[in-house]
Write a protein that binds this ligand. Sequence first.
Ligand code: SF4
Length: 446
Amino acid sequence: MALSGLDIYKLLPKTNCKKCGFQTCLAFAMQLAKKAVSLDKCPSVGESVRLKLEEASLPAIRLVEIGTGERRVAVGQETVLFRHEEKFHHPTAIGLIVEDDLPVAELDRTLGQIRSLRFERVGQQIGVELVALRNTSARTEVFVEQLRRIRAAVSLPLVLMACSAETLKAALRLCASERPLVYCPKATDLEAFVTVCKESHVPLAFRASSLEEFSAATKKAAQAGFADLVLDIPENTTTERLWQLTQIRRLSLKKGERSLGFPTMVVVNTAVESEAVCQAAAYIAKYASILLVRTTKPEHILPLLTLRQNIYTDPQKPLQVEPNVYPVGAVSQDSPLLVTTNFSLTYYTVLGEIESSRRPCYLLCMDTEGMSVLTAWAAEKFGAEQIADTLTKFKLADTVRHKSIVIPGYVAMMSGDLEDKSGWRVVVGPREASGLPVFLKNLAQG
Ligand code: SF4
């Protein structure tokens, strides 16, 4: 837990010697709390105080990285319990479990499905991040062979769910440099797995039956010099698992419980797919850092990705589209020109309706700082003056020859003012984007 200025002051020598460049130790402490200065500026701080202050400056929840390069996944280092307090930083990494006893043809089909699980939503690419290979066969050679096939077919970071340390070592000989996440299924194997993971510099997820056991295990691993850990919440009722996830988050953030300050993982094994999706949604909301599921069906994965996208957007910074003029379809100088805001949801809803109308149009996307139509109008970001200026800025008089613009029905009240300020003819469109296909069908050419 971060120390306050006063907490830090209590640890300083309190001699006010000014060697740090500040008049008093208190002034220096206040700046240190804000991370505006370095502790090195004070030559009088002893080693024990230095260690204490350095430890206090570490994140309450450790950051763990899985994979390397562009597909690298980072989890943990969250700072708040509630999204509105700031934002959630690292989205739940969603992984798909593949059993190693699948026949080859079925494995290939599953890997093909996994490759296709990428979608575009409100201008962002969303998809799953991890493939978890589970050692259902309990045989090393089968696990390693299937691992080879997965690595050849899919470029996502891996989770190795090996049955034993021996199988794990054989798998890591293939892929340790890719920094897979290792999963330890049995508490009795934990020490051996920690040793292997430490040697291979790969992170380790392990399961414990209670918070006390998690705490004891992470302390023991820390003594062995290994801290790249993920806490796997044991199978239980959804309520019980949510309680554990919440307690781990709360105790690490609010009580400074370092031994629980690690990313969390939930494995959803439920055979009933609809039930599994509901459980997974609950764990994305609170507070799974990693989620492993067995389904690879797009109709199960897309809702989870959509939910995750919504939860992990910054609540103070709406998703925005770059302000610009976007041609939709095979436009000409006679194509209608519509205007909307750059709030992603608004923009993509309008775009979708124009596309479904099949009438080529220009869509002018205004910089409203990500606000929707009425909010932007009320905040004076989407008024006659701003639209008139944007028409000039993007030289739209050169783009279309009809000099008319369609505005959203909700801001019909600005039409006269906009005509005066821009010199363009203003056409009032429908209030809701869903009315655009019919509106565009009936809109006169030019
Ligand atoms: Fe205090 Fe250290 Fe600054 Fe001296 S150098 S005033 S002891 S904080």
